[in-house]
Design a protein around this ligand. Structure first.
Ligand code: ARG
Length: 463
């Protein structure tokens, strides 16, 4: 069949061109946005007297019928239609005749695709925020139960200072909060409608862009049409936001993988979210966090790909930009799945407090506390550092942890050490002395949890 744009052509398109040129196989994902945009456009054309009321009614009815056909799997997809916009318009004209041919008045596929894609990205921003909220809520619920659970805090993956598991989890809560803020701010920045921009320069028809923008839930129309039909910043931002979020997910996943190994033994993943080996019957593998870590790679790839596509494009629309969609669909789909399954993994995993506490008694985690103890008694820090080093050497010699040494033993190392030293070497005491703002002390962690919960509640109300 002849193409919609075939007026000036004398030969038919080759099927290879269809295969290469078409975006229909993937942009059919935008059918809901395309239909919503067309309904808003048709209604506005009616209000402005550009279309008759009967024509608007026929168009809206026809589009609703098409939505039903697509949802019931009855719609006939033909790659020769090129994209979702022309596939729907062709079907509309089949259904309602000449009125269907008027829908495209004061519009081009350039503003149409910019609108559909932006609507999709805006909805995705919202879904990401709501899934992130569930994840943060889960982290905070867990954190609340574990403000007293000791965990070896690490730097360089080496035991450093005692912290609580709750503190560790709130750290991830703070990371995911920033992710939420990024999705919200992208949403706000791009909450403007490109519809009515037509090909690139606007239209001579007396349209009302304010009207369609409001109808579609935007704050208003975009400022400049030349920019609007060639802008893909909204897509780049969601790709960046997802890439960064996946980086956070990947770091947490790495810890879950380590923690579920025999060497750590801090957690056990639920059978629901772990997998077995096809050859080694004893194995239980942390496939989910591994895959989360792996999927981070493609999220980065999708961002890099679109940045590269957009680089050097002259204004305004260029066909290169059709390459914008698949990576975004992929990142959104995988980002959502990742958030959902990570939340489940956290909710169902078993936490071994004992194993965490046992690990905290290895590596002389209260060495800094002994040095601070001496400093408080007037010993210069460098000297205190040296004396503590000798105390650690003694503990090693005795095959115990520094926190397990008695006053009588430590007195031998330095005469200025008093009987109250044992309290200072206690791991939980050490954790609770770090009560400066942002620290690991129980009360301070409780304050951090409350602060994040308050933020979550307020976000609930406004977004
Ligand atoms: N399928 C196209 C895309 O996804 C729609 C816009 C086409 N515009 C054009 N002037 N060829 O980008």
């Amino acid at each position: 069949m002849a193409k919609m744009w075939s007026g000036r052509f004398t030969q038919e398109a080759s099927s290879l061109l269809d295969e290469f040129n078409a975006s229909l196989p993937f942009d059919k994902e935008l059918y809901l946005q395309d239909i919503a945009g067309s309904i808003a456009h048709a209604k506005m054309l009616g209000k402005q007297g550009i279309l008759d009321p009967e024509e608007v009614e026929a168009i809206v009815g026809g589009l609703q019928q098409i939505r039903g056909e697509i949802e019931r799997g009855e719609f006939v997809w033909d790659i020769a239609d090129e994209d979702i916009h022309m596939a729907i318009e062709k079907r509309l004209t089949q259904l309602i005749g000449d009125a269907g041919k008027k829908l495209h008045t004061a519009r081009s596929r350039n503003d149409q695709v910019a609108l559909d894609f932006r609507l999709y990205v805006q909805e995705s921003n919202r879904r990401m925020v709501s899934l992130l909220k569930e994840l943060i809520d889960t982290l905070l619920t867990l954190a609340r139960d574990h403000t007293e659970t000791l965990l070896p805090g690490m730097t360089h993956l080496q035991h450093a200072q005692p912290i609580s598991l709750g503190y560790h989890l709130v750290a991830y809560g703070a990371m995911f909060k920033r992710d939420v803020e990024r999705f919200v701010s992208s949403y706000e920045r791009h909450n403007y409608s490109p519809l009515g921009c037509a090909a690139l320069a606007g239209t001579p028809h007396p349209i009302d862009r304010e009207e369609t923008a409001r109808e579609l839930g935007f704050r208003g129309p975009t400022l400049n049409c030349l920019d609007s039909v060639s802008d893909r910043d909204f897509a780049l931002e969601i790709l960046f936001n997802i890439a960064t979020m996946m980086m956070h997910i990947s770091r947490l996943s790495e810890e879950l993988i380590l923690w579920s190994s025999y060497e750590f033994g801090f957690i056990k993943m639920s059978d629901q979210y772990a997998t077995g080996s096809s050859i080694m019957p004893q194995k239980k593998n942390p496939d989910v966090p591994e895959l989360l870590r792996g999927k981070t790679g493609r999220a980065y790839g999708n961002l890099m790909a679109l940045l590269t596509v957009m680089k050097g494009l002259p204004l305004a629309y260029n066909k290169d930009m059709q390459e914008d969609k698949e990576g975004v669909f992929d990142s959104v789909r995988n980002g959502e799945l990742s958030l959902k399954i990570l939340t489940k993994v956290l909710q169902t995993m078993e936490i071994d407090r004992e194993a965490m506490e046992r690990a905290t008694r290895v590596g002389h985690l209260t060495a800094t506390d002994l040095a601070d103890y001496l400093v408080e008694r007037g010993v210069p820090f460098r000297e205190a550092h040296f004396i503590t080093g000798r105390a650690v050497a003694l503990a090693e010699e005795l095959g115990r942890d520094l926190s397990e040494l008695r006053y009588e033993e430590l007195r031998e190392v330095d005469g200025r050490i008093g009987p109250d030293v044992e309290e200072y070497l206690d791991l939980r005491h050490s954790m609770n002395t770090r009560n400066s703002s942002g620290g690991t002390a129980q009360e301070e962690v409780e304050r951090q949890i409350e602060k994040l919960q308050k933020w979550l509640r307020e976000l609930q109300e406004e977004f």
